[in-house]
Design a binder for this molecule. Structure first.
Ligand SMILES: [Zn+2]
Length: 58
């Protein structure tokens, strides 16, 4: 068993298509966080909006 990097939920490694995440949702969430982090670094002037919704990024 490993822990999902996104939600910290214990998740089986064997047969998990979304590893190391517990689900596709967490996988996409993590990807979104990573993308928005890069986006924030790229556009430093917009750094004020820190924890806004990550679904409307694109
Ligand atoms: Zn998860």
């Amino acid at each position: 068993m490993i822990k999902c990097p996104q939600c910290r939920k214990p998740v089986a490694w064997e047969g998990n298509l979304n590893r190391p995440f517990c689900s596709e949702r967490c996988r996409l969430l993590d990807l979104g966080n990573w993308a928005s982090e890069n986006y924030r670094i790229a556009s430093d002037e917009r750094a004020n909006q820190e924890e806004s919704d990550s679904e409307n990024t694109f």
